[in-house]
Ligand binder design. Sequence first.
Ligand SMILES: *Cc1c(COP(=O)(O)O)cnc(C)c1O
Length: 477
Amino acid sequence: MRYLSTRGTAGPSPAFSDILLGGLAPDGGLYLPESYPQVSAAELAEWRELPYSALALKILQKFVDDIPACDLKSLADRTYSANVYKHCRPGRDATDITPLTTVEPGFFLLELSNGPTLAFKDMAMQLLGNLFEYVLAKRKESINILGATSGDTGSAAEYAMRGKQGVRVFMLSPNGLMSAFQRAQMYSLQDPNIFNIAIEGMFDDCQDIVKAVSNDAAFKAQYKIGAVNSINWARVLAQIVYYFKGYFAATSSNDEKVSFAVPSGNFGNICAGHVARMMGLPIARLVLATNENDVLDEFFRSGVYRPRGTADTWVTSSPSMDISKASNFERFIFDLVGRDPSVVRELWSKVDAGGSFDLRGTPHMAKLPGFGFVSGKSVHADRLATIRDLWEQHQLMIDTHTADAVKVAREHREAGIPMIVLETAQPVKFAETIQEALGRDPVRPRDFDGIENLPQRVEVMKADAQAVKDFVVRHCS
Ligand SMILES: *Cc1c(COP(=O)(O)O)cnc(C)c1O
């Protein structure tokens, strides 16, 4: 399998390990496989029976042809083990990795947040940590990971990379905008290869700095800058696995269809669902849920993609979705426009200049329904009502992001088609809102007792790409 850029890089097509350590393609586009591998009926039947790590291996092998199968197998086994995803709730089977919980008949939660940081980003990031270490050791290289986080990516990256040979992590986060629990998770790490930088701005400012630094080709090469934010293809790839796993868990035969509801921000998680569907997984609908920051809901309702500026980005109680420019969205648009990079270049010449694009009245718009997306929006009051409802009616405590997806999922249920909501975080990460909704504290897995009181290590900085570069240089010798 070779990879291409959504903006149509000329030149040799890289293999998986070549794009693993980078971020954007050299032309500013995002990497995608040259074509989507198809899953046959026979494979689907065989895969239904597999445990998580074996299923992950089957899917990885379709996209990765430059790592020997035995090495890939040991990476998958080490990553998707019950020791890593051990924080599941009482009564769940940790060996499932992603247990499926029935809310009511035909309506499920797929629990993706049992890893070390209690958010679904561990599902991909733990694999990335092991892949990085493997490929860097083979090449006798090192890397400096520069990332931006609105909360969960940063801690997932740091817990995946801490102590890894040949890797340093420089993680930008918006100063003061994450929950106390999220801050404690990240800033309390004392590993010498982990650096937390709190930027005086919003998540999008952090993301813009990462882009600016990565676009400086000379700096990027000299300081071996790599990325783990959600534009990294390997993360999308790792997330494809649980769509298959969830499908098998919620159905009894491969003739059935299911729908997935996904709380969305950067469009990484649901992009993996899109790829799974393109591979032939019988997905009826991909239900995209946003919070008050509804740029993606607006697109799927209207055909207008209108990213907002920092001043128009709301700070909400589902903060990991407080995103007004969805960094993975370009991947979907590339497929929507028939994989024509010249169209993507034209559309993103507007987006990258701070503008918007409008597909109304274009032939692309007519193709949109064929991709199965529907969308909706959930605001703070919906979130509280949904959290209360699941607690009172079903004795299930869910986090704020999952609540947004449950709310929107209920608006898009179809008779006879199971609906699987992806649970993206555990409620303990958002205790303030759980208190507001339920008047009680969320249950906290034992290993996390008192983490807010641990000493923290963080550098506060202005939103200035040069200052961040200087910091990287100072800490690279
Ligand atoms: C990152 C995150 C999301 C959004 O996922 P995207 O891949 O950015 O769309 C939703 N919920 C939680 C808890 C997250 O951490």
